[in-house]
Design a protein around this ligand. Sequence first.
Ligand SMILES: [Ca+2]
Length: 66
Amino acid sequence: MRVLLLCLVVAAPAHAGPPKPFCGEKKECRQMADCDEAQFYYSQCGEARLDRDGDGVPCEELCRFK
Ligand SMILES: [Ca+2]
């Protein structure tokens, strides 16, 4: 059984892992689950409006303590 498990791990594709976030339909800070998600949308999805005051930090209400 141990050998079978090892084979499964080795055979797993290199890109297997936690699913990467993708740009979905979210547009506003109140739709973001947390600061990481807000930063992802801000930096990867072109949602510049998430940084309303233009200081480079999106969604202060989520990220201000980071
Ligand atoms: Ca900001």
